[in-house]
Ligand binder design. Sequence first.
Ligand code: GLV
Length: 306
Amino acid sequence: MSLVIIRKTASAEAWLEALARLAPELRVHVWPDTGPVDEVEYVLSWAADPSVIASFPKLKGILSLGAGVDHVLTDATVPRHLPVVRMIDDTLTRRMVQYVVLAVLARHRRLDEMRANQAASLWKRPSLPDMQVGIMGLGEIGRACAEQLAALGYAVAGWSRHGKPVPGVEVHAGAEQLPAFLSRSDILVCLLPQTAATANVLDRGTLSMLPRGAYLINVARGDHVVDADLIALVAEEHLSGATLDAFRKEPLPPDHPFWTTPGITVTPHVAGWTEPATAARHVVQAIDAIDAGARPRGLVDRATGY
Ligand code: GLV
């Protein structure tokens, strides 16, 4: 039995070390080295080229290197019967929470405005009204962000398809409760999975339901946001701005207006990343579960896409 790590942009050294420590019996290869293809039972993958995953005839499971699994589900060549497991890693979650808290605090406490005042040697205390935060997407990371922001004293609401309860968070469910959720969110954090149902969800219609002066933080996928609608609503001052970490095309093209729109902060998809030293445990547990015919943690429902 072997596992192939497929990732194009970073070295797999830390993964090899972490997996060797936890599962010394597991043979691990790094794409394009696969060893004998009919021994490959698992892939640990990020954005494999189409047909690569389908080229392993004895595959038993696909483990995503990231929390998102859209990179697997959009590959039409991947056999539909194979279990797909999303990454759940405490380090990844903690990093995402740190980024979201940073962006919420920077907006609420008006860091940009005070920096601009400093540049003009201007001693001016900004007005700091309370702000309510709304988290769209209450998966592993969304729940952790909601809990942390509630602990910081924010009135936090969450929105998800089914509205599973989260302690200390006012949860809204489904399309019906989306307007009420948006209309109370001064800061909206998007942590939705990318599925056919969530593409373009943040367009002029939904973003206009946010209160005047609201702020968007997108740490999910670029496809959730209709770029031109966001830029127009910032220009019209319906929205005060946005912090964006995910884009339709990455790297964000140099001529994209997000780079230069006042009020919009662009970061290069750095909100969170998986740490092999902690995430390897999830990988090994998922393999053990699938081998034992059990349900691995983080198993993706093919019908909903997350
Ligand atoms: C990153 O975007 C991830 O899905 O983990």
